[in-house]
Design a protein around this ligand. Structure first.
Ligand code: MTE
Ligand code: MO
Length: 397
């Protein structure tokens, strides 16, 4: 599908609709991209659905837009993958029950094993896991990083123990602390300065109110590709803050000095370098996108589907336009409401006449935050929620 190819819209002629863009790409280009999509997945994710992903790199797999259906949770074999460092292997992990998280910055700091975490009161939360760069491919400016379209996002049910419970068991946070820091357990490749590669993220202390130390993902032990045996889950926060293979959880006065915190994931104008005084990619914004139909539809009645998320807030509504945003109609949410951190599938029935229709969706939260038509560019292409760029051109014969 055109919108699933790594093609920036600016490569199309001004005013060209998606179908014209596909023609410009040529059948050979479309076939080559499909062949890549259908090719085998790397070993560590060979259990995933073949053909459901766009492989940006062996460590970067995007779920194809049309693979997201009306089921409220995304099955594990369809969840996108993003690893800055190679995922841990079973040999590296050893006995998962003996996996230790070092908890620091509390009154009684100590390592705690997965086996012991299981003895503390468990909780389950459904939340959107979304890379900060999801939608990067829709920016008009040149951006470094994976050219994600819509598929660096999933809706997942996590089970684990609330961070608050762990902290209470260790006598509470020790003194005045402003940040909670999670450190990933991947070994640092030799010869590299750890600060340049380590996955270590600090979030404001208040994040501990919603955070979980999770060991289960959609009812299964968290697969290593997704950060088992223990992952820090931060509902409402962008993917990078959800540290996989968590080996250290620390309460600190200052933020991590790792590059991924200091200069990475900082929102700044195009052309500027990242620095600690710029906003960090923490809480997610309101967003939605259509997942069906994407390119063609029959005449007569069509069910238009998509997903909508409020970031950290409940959704009030999602509207759908079939005329590029001139008129909007409220869609219906489908299935159970899994809470403010989860996404909700939506559906709208439409009678589409022959021709090309530009289908867009626009979500609004309970407090009135709505997706903008256009999203202001930022250097690294983070946080795109503009409804126009996420629209699809659907042709009815
Ligand atoms: N330890 C560790 N945690 C990590 C990463 C990583 O490379 N190592 N990548 C982060 C990024 S950028 C994202 S978007 C999410 C991706 O989670 P997933 O691969 O389970 O979809 O994990 C985050 N947590
Ligand atoms: Mo990410």
């Amino acid at each position: 599908m055109l919108d699933e190819l790594k093609v920036k819209r600016r490569h199309f002629l001004v005013g060209a609709a998606g179908a014209a863009g596909a023609a410009a790409l040529g059948d050979a280009g479309v076939r080559a991209a499909r062949a890549q999509e259908a090719s085998g997945l790397p070993d560590y994710v060979s259990w995933k659905e073949p053909g459901a992903f766009i492989q940006h790199s062996p460590q970067t797999l995007e779920t194809m837009r049309g693979e997201i259906g009306l089921s409220p949770l995304t099955p594990n074999d369809l969840v996108f993958v993003r690893n800055n460092l190679p995922s841990l292997t079973e040999e590296q992990v050893g006995d998962p029950e003996a996996w230790e998280v070092n908890v620091e910055g509390v009154a009684q700091p100590r390592p705690i094993t997965l086996a012991e975490l299981r003895t503390l009161g468990p909780e389950t939360v459904a939340c959107v896991l979304q890379c900060s760069g999801n939608g990067r491919g829709f920016f008009e400016h040149e951006t470094s990083g994976s050219q994600w379209l819509t598929g660096a996002a999933a809706n997942v049910s996590w089970t684990g123990v609330p961070v608050r419970t762990v902290v209470e068991a260790m006598g509470g946070v020790d003194g005045d602390k402003s940040f909670m820091t999670g450190t990933g357990g991947e070994p640092i490749p030799e010869g590299l300065d750890p600060l340049t590669v380590i996955v270590e993220r600090s979030v404001p202390l208040e994040a501990q109110e919603v955070a979980l130390l999770a060991w289960e993902m959609n009812g299964e032990p968290i697969p290593l590709a997704h950060g088992g045996p223990v992952r820090l889950v931060l509902p409402g926060y962008y993917g990078v803050n959800n540290v996989k293979h968590l080996k250290r959880l620390s309460f600190d006065e200052t933020q991590s000095q790792a590059d991924i915190q200091r200069s990475g994931y900082r929102v700044r104008p195009v052309g500027e370098s990242g620095a600690p005084d710029q906003p960090s990619m923490y809480q997610m914004n309101v967003k939605s996108w259509v997942t069906h139909p994407l390119r063609e539809a029959g005449t007569g009645r069509t069910q238009i589907w998509g997903v909508a998320l409020g970031g950290t807030e409940d959704l009030d509504r999602v509207e759908v336009s079939t005329d590029g945003g001139e008129t909007w109609e409220e869609a219906r949410f489908v299935g159970p409401d899994l809470g403010r951190f989860a996404w909700r599938p939506f559906v709208l029935a439409a009678d589409l006449a022959p021709g090309t229709h530009r289908i867009a969706s626009r979500a609004t939260t309970a407090s009135g935050a709505a997706q903008p038509r256009d999203f202001e560019p930022n250097h690294r292409g983070y946080g795109h929620n503009g409804w126009d760029a996420h629209a699809v051109d659907v042709t009815v014969q």
